[in-house]
Design a protein around this ligand. Structure first.
Ligand code: HSE
Length: 430
């Protein structure tokens, strides 16, 4: 058997501990699969004294993670520190420059500096892998690099944030509003104390930009992602969605249009007939539409110790085998600098929910504003009377251009009978 692959792990939180555990538990199997033993030789974390459910008594402890990047007895650095800059970025750069391979779960780092790091890795002839960075245990990067590599990707979309999917699922099941469900998720430890990365769509956008790079041969462009979170989705909209045959999901979607690459993260009305509408709770899913393969869907757990460790170890086995592929499928220096397809040019159908004064002529004024922009209505729904005199009116439209929809909404918002900002959710067709 060949010499062991010598691993240094930076970051021993839930995921790092999971990697140590998995490597220990499946050591023999992984030696066979990797062609040599996978051995953790050094680790580094902020707090040495923290209680961890792993045996690291025979592993060197480095108080400075940067020591892992240059240690002569390490072949591969596993970066599990997180964050788009700072130590994580320096560690990855230094490790690659020092001739180490790098495995990382850091989507924020890749979203901001993915192309630069892939270029560095390829110049140094080293592997940069990040299966764990996108959709946790779902092997979607491998799918794009390997199983689907023969295809041109037509479109890609997915549920990329388990926290949002859990919140939306629970809102639907319980009829409660966003704030109450978020507070409960925080108390149960599902959502971070500062939930904004999750609920404002940033985490999903990080992951989408990495997927887009790999799927479309484009430089990773996080700044090119249109991002909206789920804070404005109300229990009422979730209920209306069901009545109309949709389920509201926070999706990340990417495709090439004639204007460039369209990347967007926002709540979507997903037809109940689409399989992705039924991915519930903390689960993630990614759908890839390829020109030869057709539609493929991958689902599984997008976070947590086991699934994330599973993805990190998959990358480590590749390193052990010497399987060297460009990080973003095509060589980093050939990644294209594609234009951003502007949201104004987005073509799609829309769900609009208004709160209006229940009096004659309101619907006609609203539909007049839409007609002025040549937006055709698909359906309309008005419910009961309320004590405040405001009632919800729900409209769905046929496909139109987003710029026209924005102009119509600006007119609608100005109508005296419209009580609050309209809630607008894009309808997707899959
Ligand atoms: N916070 C992420 C989520 C998991 O809720 O899906 C880590 O990427």
């Amino acid at each position: 058997m060949k010499a062991p692959l010598r691993i240094g792990i930076a970051g021993l939180g839930t995921v790092g501990a999971g990697v140590v555990k998995l490597l220990a538990e499946h050591g023999r199997l992984l030696s066979l699969r990797g062609g040599r033993p996978l051995k953790v030789v050094a680790v580094s974390a902020r707090r040495k004294a923290r209680k961890r459910d792993i045996d690291i008594s025979r592993v060197r402890w480095e108080s400075d993670p940067m020591a892992l990047a240059t240690a002569p007895d390490i072949d591969v650095v596993v970066e599990l520190i997180g964050g788009s800059g700072g130590v994580a970025r320096r560690l990855v750069q230094t490790a690659l420059r020092s001739g180490k391979h790098v495995v990382t779960a850091n989507k924020a780092l890749l979203a901001m500096h993915g192309t630069e790091l892939a270029t560095l890795a390829e110049k140094r002839g080293r592997i940069l892998s990040f299966e764990a960075a996108v959709a946790g245990g779902i092997p979607i990067i491998k799918a794009l690099r390997e199983g689907l590599v023969g295809n041109r990707v037509r479109r890609l979309y997915g549920i990329l944030n388990g926290t949002c999917n859990y919140i939306l699922t629970t809102m639907r099941e319980t009829g409660r509003d966003f704030g109450a469900v978020l507070a409960e998720a925080q108390a149960a430890g599902y959502a971070e104390a500062d939930p904004s990365f999750d609920v404002d769509g940033i985490d999903a956008a990080h992951k989408l930009s990495v997927l887009t790079g790999a799927a479309f041969g484009a430089k990773v462009n996080f700044a090119g992602v249109h991002i909206e979170g789920i804070r404005h989705v109300s229990a009422m909209d979730i209920q209306f969605a069901e009545e109309l045959g949709f389920r509201i999901k926070l999706l990340g979607l990417a495709r090439e249009t004639r204007y460039g690459i369209e990347q967007r993260v926002h709540p979507c009305m997903v037809p109940l007939a689409a399989p992705i509408a039924h991915i519930e709770g903390v689960f993630n899913a990614v759908v890839v539409e390829g020109d030869y393969v057709g539609t493929t869907m991958f689902q599984g757990r997008g976070a947590g110790q086991g699934p994330t460790a599973s993805a990190v170890v998959a990358d480590l086995v590749d390193v052990a085998r010497g399987r060297q592929m460009p990080a973003f499928v095509v060589p980093a220096e050939r990644l294209a600098d594609k234009k951003v397809s502007p949201m104004d040019r987005h073509q799609g159908a829309y769900y609009i929910r208004l709160m209006v004064q229940d009096r004659p002529g309101v619907i006609s004024a609203v539909s007049g504003a839409l007609a002025k922009e040549r937006i055709s209505l698909e359906s309309m729904l008005q419910r009961g009377r309320s004590q405040s005199g405001e009632v919800p009116v729900v409209l769905t439209t046929h496909e139109t251009e987003e710029a026209a929809m924005r102009r119509a909404l600006a007119r609608i918002a100005k109508l005296g009978a419209v009580a609050e900002e309209p809630c607008v959710i894009r309808i997707e067709s899959f």
